[in-house]
Design a protein around this ligand. Structure first.
Ligand code: DX5
Ligand code: ZN
Length: 220
């Protein structure tokens, strides 16, 4: 597991061409992505519906890259097994969803997978604090979840990235800090300066002809 000071670039397949899943997975892999981010949406926890475990199974055989699965669903605990069987490497669940957060995180970890906790722009950092010793990754949503192509919400979210970094250092923890939503060649550096190390980008990567160049720009 890479350390939380390594910058990780994770293209989100929400913005890929779903009619060419294999090509789009290979494209990200060959472009130098570190992880592939999969945005699962149930049309209940968020307004949009995307895909389920079968999409993860479709992606799995075409890459060795870490599959970073983001469950924007109301009952994530009910679907852990199917996402694990489908080939997920890491699973991130929302603190706002309807489940026993601690138990869900423990179940992901007990299954030997990276466990992540996500929280929305309107959710205060205090809400996730009780779980920070249990996770490998904290996902600070930088847009309201549900749709790609939105604008980065710096005001509401960068102070939370800073607070997460400070808490990690003060308490000798080691979770990644991931940001997701409106991440592009400019905002990636704002997020990095505040303490994020895992950068999820859909539009700014899958929307580019030269994904390798766009990923490189996100590393500098
Ligand atoms: C929001 C999704 C998006 C997606 C990336 O629910 O999670 O943030 O990953 O979207 P872009 O990079 O297109 O803003
Ligand atoms: Zn996501």
């Amino acid at each position: 597991m890479s350390d939380c000071n390594t910058r990780i670039i994770a293209p989100s397949m929400l913005a890929s061409d779903w009619g060419a899943v294999r090509d789009e997975v290979v494209r990200a892999d060959e472009a130098g992505a570190d992880w592939i981010h999969l945005d699962v949406m149930d049309g209940h926890f968020v307004e949009n519906i995307s895909f389920g475990p079968q999409f993860v199974s479709a992606v799995r055989p075409h890459t060795e890259l870490t599959l970073d699965v983001h469950l924007m669903i109301t009952h994530p605990d009910k679907y852990l097994d199917s996402f694990i069987k489908a080939g997920s490497d890491r699973i991130t669940v929302h603190v706002e969803a309807d489940h026993n957060v601690s138990a869900t995180l423990a179940a992901i970890r007990d299954a030997g997978h990276g466990c992540g906790l996500a929280f929305n722009p309107a959710t205060p950092f205090e809400e996730v604090k009780p779980y920070l010793s249990q996770i490998d990754l904290l996902l600070v949503m930088t847009v309201v979840p549900g749709f790609g192509g939105q604008s980065f919400m710096a005001e509401e979210t960068m102070p939370k990235v800073e607070a997460a970094k400070a808490f990690r250092e003060e308490n000798g923890l080691a979770y990644h800090i991931e940001v997701d939503g409106g991440i592009d060649a400019e905002t990636v550096h704002i997020a990095g300066r505040h303490g994020a190390n895992v950068m999820v980008a859909g539009t700014a990567l899958y929307g580019k002809e030269d994904m390798a160049g766009a990923i490189q720009q996100m590393r500098e």
